[in-house]
Each structure stands twice: as structure tokens, then as C-alpha cells.
Design a protein around this ligand. Structure first.
Ligand SMILES: [Fe+2]
Length: 271
């Protein structure tokens, strides 16, 4: 049986993914800037059990700057980047497989931070979003922690000022997700390392949330699902790539979040 899954219709680009090897096959006219594999060694510093026996060691594949060759200038001129990430199912010790996690920097000259938008293409994603009072002392005080569950078609806004970690909670399926993000800044990893991961560890098999003792003050975990946000140019029935390719200016809130004058928390429906 072939493990290749054709995701062209869901992604809006001719691509296939291999559910066993996590490989991505780019179809005609599709190019990428870089591809890298995240090994468990790089995630150990943020795991509840850093010595867990994890096999295979490969956790996820990241493809950066994926686009139709013809769209290269369209995105580059606007500092927009589109990525595809493939995360295998399984566990890292007691936790579901997760990404390392990171924060985004503030937008220069403003008091806000760069947001991002994720799209689930295949499988299920849980996104742990957390806002700390001080990125230089991330363990001192957490203002908000939200676990967002997303299914194929869902677009999920990584709210300005919220660090984010992606979790694959489905033991039987790979998770394929995409994102659009500003290409003019670098993500920030040290505050996640300093606190040995996110505010809560999410455990297999039922998603039990364990408070991370490296944080002094923790609010209760809120659980949410995404709301459709057409005001941000995001529609559940339109692939993220298609929206960005057809009207890239609609995504410029990714570089200038003040373009959205609403309440960012309306992007989520609390449960
Ligand atoms: Fe991010």
C-alpha cells in the first residue's frame, strides 16, 4: 500500500506527503527555500522527561518558503513566507509529540508583536498558546494559556504576544499543517528553553494537562476552537495558500497587526 497522500486540493498547491517517511513531494512549478528535519535531540530541553527513549528520533519536517515559482516575487516583495510542516504521531516520554515552540519579537516601533496564521491540512492539531508578562523572565508570570484544537480546513491565528507550541494528539495520524508568517524577523527560542517547555505539558493518551513547575504563577488552561476570520482574509473552505496567492495584501496584518482593529481573542471560541 502506498503511503503517499495527495494533498493538492487541501493545500492549493500540487504536493504529496509520505505518511511513513514524512517526505514532501513538490509537484510541477512548486519550489521551496529550505527544508530541515527536527530531531528529538533538539526538543529534549523542553520535554517533561528529557531522557525518554524516543524512536524514531525524527519528529517533524519543516519546509520553508514553499510557493509556486510564479508567486516568488509576490510573496518576497511583501515579506510573506509560506511554510509546510509534517509532524509524526507518537509520544516523547509521557507527552504527545510536539514542536519545540517559540515566541515572536515585537513589531519595531509598536507595543504589539508579530502574529502568524496556521492551517491544519491533515490530521488534528492542538496549539498551546501562552502569553507571559516578561520574555526576559518567562517563568515569573503567565497571563493566559490556551489549548486550541484544530481540524483540517481550520485556520488558527497565533495571537500577537503569544508563544506557541504545536502538538500532534492523534496516535494514528501524521499532522500536516501550513502557515503564513512575516519573513522579516526571527523567532525566539530561549524563553521556552529557560522554562523547560510550555506552561502545561500535554500527556498521552487523553490530553491530560500537567502544570510545568518552572512557572511560578499559572492561570488555568483554557480550551478553545478557532473561529473563522474572514476579516483577516481567512476562510475555512479556501486553502491558506490560495487566499494568500489571490490577495496577498489581505495578509499584511501579519507584518502590521495594527491593520486589524478588532479583539484578537475573537479568533478563538472558548469551550
Ligand atoms: Fe511562530
Amino acid at each position: 500500500m502506498s503511503s503517499w497522500i495527495d494533498l493538492s486540493a487541501r493545500i492549493g498547491l500540487p504536493v504529496k506527503v509520505n505518511a511513513d517517511t514524512l517526505e514532501l513531494e513538490l509537484g510541477a512549478g512548486v519550489v521551496e527555500t529550505e527544508c530541515s528535519v527536527r530531531d528529538v535531540q533538539e526538543v529534549r530541553p523542553v520535554m517533561l522527561d528529557p531522557f525518554a527513549d524516543v524512536r524514531p528520533p525524527e519528529l517533524y519536517h519543516m519546509h520553508r518558503g514553499v510557493r509556486l515559482s510564479a508567486d516568488t516575487e509576490k510573496f518576497a516583495s511583501r515579506n510573506l513566507r509560506y511554510d509546510i510542516t509534517i509532524i509524526r504521531p507518537g509520544t516523547v516520554g509521557p507527552e504527545f509529540i510536539k514542536t519545540h515552540g517559540h515566541y515572536h519579537p515585537p513589531v519595531p516601533g509598536t507595543k504589539t508583536f508579530y502574529p502568524e496564521v496556521y492551517e491544519v491540512v491533515y490530521g488534528t492539531a492542538w496549539y498551546l498558546l501562552q502569553k507571559v508578562s516578561d520574555l526576559n523572565a518567562p517563568g515569573d508570570r503567565v497571563e493566559d494559556v490556551i489549548l486550541v484544537e484544530a481540524k483540517p480546513g481550520d485556520k488558527v491565528v497565533m495571537l500577537p504576544g503569544y508563544g506557541h507550541i504545536t502538538i500532534n494528539p492523534d496516535p494514528a495520524s501524521i499532522l500536516v499543517m501550513t502557515d503564513f508568517v512575516g519573513s522579516s524577523f526571527s523567532t525566539i527560542f530561549p524563553p521556552v528553553k529557560a522554562t523547560v517547555g510550555g506552561a502545561y505539558y500535554i500527556l498521552a493518551p487523553n490530553g491530560e494537562a500537567i502544570a510545568n513547575p518552572h512557572y511560578h504563577e499559572l492561570p488555568p488552561l483554557r480550551r478553545a476552537v478557532p473561529n473563522e476570520m474572514p476579516k483577516l482574509g481567512l476562510r475555512k473552505d479556501v486553502p491558506l495558500y490560495t487566499s494568500g496567492s489571490q490577495d496577498p495584501d489581505r495578509l499584511l496584518w501579519l507584518l502590521d497587526p495594527t491593520r486589524f482593529d478588532g479583539d484578537w481573542l475573537t479568533a478563538l471560541a472558548m469551550r
